[in-house]
Design a protein around this ligand. Sequence first.
Ligand code: 4NP
Length: 160
Amino acid sequence: MSNDKKKALFICLGNICRSPIAEGVFQKTVNDMNVGDQWEIDSAAIGSWHVGNPPDWRALDTMKKHGVPYNNCARQIVSEDFNHYDFIFGMDEQNMRDLNKRAPKGSTAKLLLFGDFDPQGDRIIRDPYYDSDAKGFEKCYEQSVRCSKGFLESLQKETK
Ligand code: 4NP
């Protein structure tokens, strides 16, 4: 029943730091819940700078450390995404402004701030690209774990 799959797209500025981690963690979360086959999951960038590139090595290291498989490469969001996906998640307020600006009129995807699903209320997943270490990537991982669970719980409540 592939047509019934729920579809989620994770967005950040470059698609090499935060959204790959969010994508990998969300995929692992649904896999661990044995509902991975019910989801189509991807990530993409607002900008085109890193199209075709693998994630930043610190993002890959962080995922590896936590047993999150990942082998996707960066792509830029396209207008079709706004009707293909059910949920498009941004990482910060600038992502949300960019998404709202790019969404074609009448498109159906829900544009959501991923951090709004953090039970700890840490709403912004900060861009760690220019950091001199990997701490921001670890934080992004921890936030993605909480937000993935929080979002899936909110969906369950909605459908009950
Ligand atoms: P991301 O981080 O949006 O989390 O992937 C960034 C990566 C690259 C750039 C900015 C943010 N950049 O300007 O190249």
